[in-house]
Ligand binder design. Structure first.
Ligand SMILES: [Zn+2]
Length: 342
């Protein structure tokens, strides 16, 4: 168990210290201890880089979650979203000296994957997942790699995503005889999984670098910058400033191009519910918020602009979420919890 905690800190630091991989509380990691029948996973509402020995993760009963997804009977009419959420809550195993936290909303798909799972909202992967041409480009650039990948269509996160991932993996295994180490999720992000921790990190890096190379992306996008001003924070991240020279940014422009759930959770909903927290004027973005929230907003905004600009600059066609998909996220109970935490 001790080594599982160490491994979790290791992969979470790897994925959580780069803004181009994860923004705000987005992304999650997990490590399975098969001997103990447990999975350690990031807790909901925390950042990957918050994870240390005593913070920001929970243990869940792996058998309980896998058992549920393996035997769920879809012929019965009921609220599976609610039921699976309850299973996730009930599966939490208290660890000595740890607070009882809530597992990541993506606990279902973590449970069905290999020992190590690194799930990020990589801006590079999202150039592919947020464009109509992305899947075809992935087929070209990952053709010669020794790791296999699947490209999932957009599926509502939570229960439905877990089931869809299970059946896509099963199909892939039947066709190729191997487990896909890389999973692209349309309008969402990237998952890398495997039983060798170093390989999982190496494959994740290779996926990102391969996409960067394909689009000739030379500048790294590893952090954001904010300046304190009149009790709030002003955006100083170059990519945002550049964008605002030529483009408008408002709730209307964000609503017109919904790219992925975290944009809706952090940006759109903020502007709907607490519009005074973020103001755009004279080509500047100002956050009337404490530093942690201002940082989450700045990271989410910078990533959104990065993906949007890269898709458009490279002559790709943007693939956005539809109205039904947007509504699902806006009404999702688990997301409301995530938003309230940070
Ligand atoms: Zn995610």
């Amino acid at each position: 168990m001790k080594s599982a905690v160490k491994d979790l800190i290791d992969i979470s630091t790897y994925a959580g210290n780069r803004v181009d991989y994860t923004q705000g509380g987005g992304g999650n990691t997990s490590v399975k201890d098969f001997g103990a029948g447990l999975m350690l996973i990031k807790a909901s509402g925390y950042k990957l880089k918050d994870i240390d020995e005593k913070t920001a993760y929970v243990a869940v009963d792996l058998g309980k979650i896998k058992g549920y997804y393996g035997s769920v009977d879809l012929s019965v009419e009921k609220d599976y979203e609610k039921e699976s959420g309850q299973i996730a809550k009930d599966s939490v195993v208290a660890l000595p000296g740890m607070p009882a936290l809530r597992p990541s909303v993506e606990v279902g798909f973590h449970a069905i994957l290999k020992k190590y799972v690194v799930h990020t909202h990589s801006v590079y992967a999202n150039i592919l997942t947020c464009s109509l041409e992305g899947e075809k480009i992935a087929e070209e650039i990952f053709k010669e790699k020794d790791y296999g990948f699947i490209f999932l269509p957009y599926i509502n996160p939570g229960f439905s995503l877990t089931l869809a991932m299970m059946s896509a993996i099963e199909k892939y295994e039947k066709n190729t005889g191997k487990f896909p180490e890389v999973i692209f999720m349309k309008n969402h992000g990237l998952v890398v999984t495997g039983d060798d921790k170093e390989r999982v990190k190496a494959v994740n890096t290779d996926v990102n670098e391969t996409i960067r190379k394909r689009f000739g992306l030379k500048d790294d996008f590893k952090s954001v910058s904010l300046k304190e001003e009149n009790g709030g924070f002003v955006s100083e991240t170059p990519i945002i400033a550049e964008y605002l020279k030529k483009n408008e940014l408002s709730l209307a422009t964000l609503n017109a191009k919904p790219l992925y759930p975290d944009q809706l959770v952090y940006l759109n909903n903020l502007l709907i519910n607490t519009p005074d927290k973020m103001a755009v004027s004279g080509g500047k973005v100002k956050y009337n918020a404490e530093l942690p929230q201002a940082t989450t907003l700045e990271e989410t905004l910078a990533a959104y602009i990065f993906v949007l600009s890269a898709v458009e600059k490279n002559g790709l066609r943007l693939s956005t979420m539809n109205e039904k998909e947007v509504d699902f996220i806006n009404n999702w109970e688990a997301e409301k919890y995530r938003r309230s935490v940070k």
